[in-house]
Design a protein around this ligand. Structure first.
Ligand code: MLT
Length: 409
């Protein structure tokens, strides 16, 4: 008899975004004449830029000629891409990360979920509330939790509320976690953490032999000076942090798939006898066993992001989305909503009016304005009463959607 992984039975509902997709489909099937504007899932709308596309094509052409054809590549990524990442994303800003520390993959969603596999089932995980649901759901799948209580919290997870009152930066937990998920710029609240805040976490992790799993997928959307783009800007972070970064939002790769995880050699975790082990070595062992590498043309395209022209182009696309975010912030504030985020991140976090529940607001916005957003409660209990709009839309749709939301009854 085949037995299932019963941890999956503990999961409360379907994954958030398919659930939104289901409700939207129901609405569009019943209302085929309505033009629905989608600002729910943070999926990009602008195409790959010319320089990236040219490199992508060139990579495909190489695959069509015997002299340049390539089969399996190195699982952790081609050296040309790992070196380009280390040089441009880190060394150029004075951060001492080498190509050896970079492990290329097909997405940060996969990496932040899969990373749990190399850590023991007895680890205590701390997550923010609200949170990108991948961190919590994969913690449940990996058997590190008990059941979900009526209040929406799984036993065994340390929840760190992020609210207006604490500026959406979690307090240090009273119970000691072994692994700490942090995401800045933050999904879903669109807020950022400064150097001092991150330094506090790095110190805490050092003092407690914990590891910070730092999701920096949105670093390219930082517009204000002085906000850290990498956890490794903080002294000592190489000993306590893994960083996840992605080409998805930065360069339009949500459909193309390319990301990377950074694990410095200094980062150690322990066996039950207290012996230290290289975390990078374990992750490479997993990666090389279960993954066969991102395709060569995609890695060529990703490397082109770091050329002078590539940088100029992707920065323009990021600026386009951030102008959307500015329009959204201003329109929603003018419509009387309390608005957070959207200055250094492509997400706008809005407090619903009159204490309306997140899913009720979702239905109202969908039915009356034909606009799709993401209910804050889908990111965790502390997200109740909030709503997230994504700025990854076409400008005309952003303007139209904001006008419709403004006119809601
Ligand atoms: C989101 O909308 O939160 C993200 O697009 C989801 C993701 O990156 O997987």
């Amino acid at each position: 008899m085949a037995l299932i992984n019963e941890n999956y039975l503990k999961l409360k509902a379907g994954y958030l975004f398919p659930e939104i997709g289901r409700r939207v489909k129901e609405f569009t099937d019943a209302n085929p004449d309505k033009k629905v504007i989608r600002m729910g899932i943070g999926d990009v709308t602008q195409p790959l830029t010319p320089t990236v596309l040219k490199a992508f094509h060139a990579g495909v052409e190489e695959m069509g000629k015997a002299e340049t054809f390539r089969g399996y590549g190195p699982e952790q990524g081609y050296d040309f891409l790992r070196e380009a990442i280390a040089k441009n994303a880190y060394q150029a800003s004075g951060i001492d990360i080498s190509a050896d520390d970079i492990i290329v993959s097909d997405g940060s969603k996969c990496d932040t979920g899969n990373i749990q596999e190399i850590f023991g089932a007895d680890n205590k995980i701390a997550i923010c509330d609200p949170v990108y649901p991948v961190y919590s759901d994969t913690t449940v799948m990996s058997g590190k939790t008990g059941e979900c209580a009526a209040n929406g919290y799984y036993s065994g997870i340390i929840y760190m509320p992020c609210t207006d009152a604490n500026g959406f930066i979690p307090e240090l937990p009273t119970e000691r976690p072994d692994l700490i998920f942090l995401c800045y710029p933050n999904n879903p609240t669109g807020t950022v953490a400064g150097k001092e805040e991150l330094a506090k976490w790095v110190k805490y992790a050092k003092d407690n032999k914990s590891i910070i799993l730092f999701d920096a997928a949105y670093e390219s959307f930082i517009t204000e000076a002085g906000i850290p783009r990498s956890i490794y800007e903080i002294e000592g972070a190489k000993e306590v942090a893994i960083e996840f970064r992605s080409f998805s939002k930065t360069a339009g790769f949500t459909g193309t798939r390319c990301a990377f995880t950074v694990i410095p050699e200094e980062l150690k975790a322990y066996d039950s006898e207290g012996n230290a082990h290289s975390v990078k070595k374990l992750w490479l062992r997993r990666h090389t066993t279960k993954f066969n590498g991102v395709s060569y043309p995609v890695q060529k395209a990703a490397a082109a992001v770091y050329t002078e022209e590539g940088q100029k182009e992707v920065n323009e696309v990021v600026a386009y989305y951030m102008e959307n975010a500015r329009i959204m912030r201003e329109s929603l504030s003018a419509a009387g909503y309390q608005v957070f985020g959207g200055v250094n991140a492509p997400y706008i976090w809005v407090k619903t009016k009159g204490g309306m529940k997140s899913w009720d607001f979702f239905d109202k916005v969908l039915n009356e304005a034909n606009v799709v957003g993401t209910p804050g409660s889908g990111f965790g209990p502390a997200g109740e009463g909030y709503f997230r709009f994504s700025a990854f839309a076409d400008r005309a749709n952003v303007v139209d959607a904001m006008e419709r939301v403004k006119n809601l009854s």
